[in-house]
Design a protein around this ligand. Sequence first.
Ligand code: NI
Ligand code: MN
Length: 230
Amino acid sequence: MADVKITWLGHSAFLLEAEKKVLIDPFISGNPAAPCSSEELDPDIIAVTHGHSDHLGDTIEIGARTGCRIISIHEVANYIKSKGVFAEGMNKGGTINVEGITFTMTDAIHSSSIDASGFSFDGGCPAGFVISIGGHRIYHAGDTAVFGDMRLIGELYEPELALLPIGSRFTMGIKEAIKAVELIRPETVIPMHYNTFDVIKQDPEKFRRAVEAKVNTKVVIMTPGESIEL
Ligand code: NI
Ligand code: MN
């Protein structure tokens, strides 16, 4: 039996299953690549990287229905709480232990407003997470540009698996994501945040070939709904 099962739900949404079920950035409704409906999801914990609707997604609905724990940066947690759903805030550099699974919040170079009904709420800063689950360490970069301190994330937390955006326009593209892999040096990379919409169209095979020619990291290209095990 695997220690942790990782399922890509399209875009930046992943389900990690070990002793508990962790859902990251559950953008399901409105996600043309989603392989399931949000009603089918029953996580123990949701982690949200930032306030944009393609990441906060169905968090409030799922939280209200299941009573799961929700963690995010302070400002996004406050917004979720303002909707009557409990959420726990944290901030960059800090670690929270939620039912035996640890989440360390990392930097991300991006923005983070929460757009609702014609208003924009302060979503604080965007973030990523290093998650320790089932004896493995997984880095979900959130939406980000490449930045030099990804090397520090690699050195400090030694993630075995990195989930990196490659779609460009709103995040790193392939060129930058290759550099990110060189900085982080994980054993395995799964590309995300591409091909959900035409504006973030990319060829993940191009990313795979370039990474595997440069470093000793395996690139796993997933289709939404597919799972791998660590
Ligand atoms: Ni974003
Ligand atoms: Mn995004």
